[in-house]
Write a protein that binds this ligand. Structure first.
Ligand code: SAH
Length: 350
C-alpha cells in the first residue's frame, strides 16, 4: 500500500480509532493504549509503543501513517522569548508556528492552511497564494513538536498563523475536538480563533457552542474602507458580519474580540475612531489594537496615533487594549508569517 493511501492515524478521533481497531479484531482497550501513545506520550514512531505486540505494531505500520513535522528553520528573538518555527510538512510544503511567552503562560500561534486565499492587502501570509488546507494531525503536530523541541508547555493556542481557519472549517473543528480529548485535554476556553469574517461559518460555530474565543479581524468600520483592504468584505459586508457577531454572543455568551491593525492615514484618524465607535456601540466586546507590522511588499506604515485612537474608544466606553508586538526582530509578528521566507532576518539558533 502506498503511503498516501494509509490512514492518517493522528487525525482519528478516539471513537474512529476504536472502530478501526475493532475491525482488526482488537479489543477496545488497545485503542485506548494507542491513543495514549499518540496524544499523551506523543511518540513519533509505532515502534515506541512498548506495550503493543510486535505483530500489532506491524499491522499498524501497514494500515496507518504516523505523520511528523521537521524543523526547517528556527528563529529565536533577541528581544523577548519568542520562537518562530518553519515546519516542513510530509509533502514538502511548509508553514510557520510561533511560540510566545506571556505572564499567564506560553501561547502558541498555529497555522491552519498552507498559504491563504483571503487576499488581505496588509498581510504577508496571502501574498504567495493558497496551496492547501492543513489536516487535523498537521495542526496538532505544530503543538507536539514545539513542546518537544522547546521543552516549554503550551498553555493556550491562537489560530492566528498562516491561513483562514474558517476556510478550513471541518479540519479545524476536528483538530479542536482532538485537542479537547487529549490525555490532559486543553479546554477550548484557552483557544482563540481569528477570522477575517466568513459569516456563514460564524453562525455554524455559534451553534457548536465550543466555548472558544472568537476574534474578528475588523480593521475598518465602513464598507468602503474595509472592502479596499479586505476582499472578504465584498462577499460579506459589515452589517452581515456584525449581525453574525451579535448572534454568536447571544448563543454562546462569549464576548467577541475585534482586531484592529492601525495603518497610518488609512484607518487611524479621529473620523475612523468615530466610525468604529458607532459600529460597536452597545455591544459587549473587546478591541485589540495592533500597530500594523510592516511587510516588504507593501507600503502601509505603522500609525503614530495608537494611543490617541485607544483613548477615543475607551472614552466612549469601549474596552480597548494595544497588543504588545512579540518577535518583531524575527518576522514573527501578526501578518508577517509566510509559508517560506527565504529572506527572514534574525539569528538562527538551534
Ligand atoms: N485569517 C485569520 C487569521 C490570521 S491573521 C484572520 O484574518 O483573522 C491574524 C491577525 O493578524 C488578523 O487579525 C490579521 O488581520 C492580522 N494581520 C495581518 N497582517 C497584519 C499586519 N501586517 N500587521 C498587523 N496585523 C496583521
Amino acid at each position: 500500500m502506498e503511503n498516501n493511501e494509509k490512514i492518517d492515524i493522528l487525525s482519528l478521533s478516539r471513537d474512529e480509532l476504536t472502530a478501526e481497531l475493532t475491525a482488526l479484531g482488537e479489543k477496545a482497550f488497545r485503542a485506548k493504549q494507542i491513543y495514549d501513545w499518540l496524544h499523551v506520550k506523543k511518540v513519533k514512531d509505532f515502534s515506541q509503543m512498548s506495550n503493543i505486540s510486535a505483530q500489532l505494531r506491524d499491522t499498524l505500520e501497514k494500515k496507518f501513517c504516523l505523520k511528523s513535522l521537521i524543523i526547517k528553520k528556527k528563529l529565536v528573538s533577541d528581544i523577548d522569548n519568542t520562537v518562530k518555527y518553519l515546519y516542513g510538512l510530509p509533502d514538502g510544503e511548509s508553514v510557520e508556528t510561533v511560540l510566545m511567552e506571556y505572564k499567564h503562560g506560553n501561547s502558541l500561534c498555529i497555522s491552519t492552511q498552507v498559504g491563504c486565499r483571503m487576499g488581505c492587502r496588509f498581510c504577508a501570509s496571502t501574498i504567495a497564494g493558497f496551496v492547501r488546507h492543513l489536516l487535523p494531525s498537521e495542526m496538532l503536530l505544530q503543538i507536539y513538536e514545539t513542546e518537544r523541541d522547546s521543552g516549554r508547555h503550551v498553555d493556550s493556542i491562537v489560530l492566528m498563523g498562516i491561513g483562514e481557519p474558517l476556510d478550513n472549517f471541518d479540519n479545524v473543528m476536528k483538530f479542536l475536538s482532538l485537542l479537547n480529548d487529549e490525555g490532559d485535554g486543553m479546554s477550548l476556553r484557552h483557544i482563540s480563533l481569528s477570522t477575517c469574517g466568513i459569516v456563514d461559518r460564524i453562525y455554524e460555530l455559534a451553534e457548536m457552542k465550543t466555548g472558544l474565543t472568537l476574534s474578528i479581524s475588523l480593521h475598518a468600520a465602513t464598507d468602503e474602507k474595509r472592502s479596499s483592504i479586505m476582499p472578504i468584505n465584498k462577499k460579506y459586508n459589515l452589517q452581515q458580519l456584525m449581525t453574525a457577531c451579535r448572534d454568536y454572543f447571544k448563543k454562546t455568551g462569549r464576548r467577541i474580540s475585534f482586531e484592529y491593525s492601525l495603518i497610518e492615514g488609512v484607518n487611524d484618524t479621529e473620523q475612523s475612531a468615530e466610525e468604529l465607535i458607532r459600529l460597536l456601540k452597545g455591544m459587549l466586546c473587546h478591541v485589540n489594537l495592533i500597530p500594523i507590522n510592516e511587510i516588504r511588499e507593501r507600503d502601509f506604515k505603522k500609525s503614530r496615533y495608537v494611543e490617541r485612537f485607544q483613548k477615543r474608544l475607551t472614552d466612549a466606553g469601549i474596552n480597548a487594549t494595544v497588543r504588545r508586538t512579540l518577535g518583531a526582530d524575527i518576522n514573527a509578528a501578526c501578518g508577517q508569517l509566510r509559508r517560506d521566507d527565504g529572506a527572514a532576518h534574525g539569528a538562527v539558533k538551534e
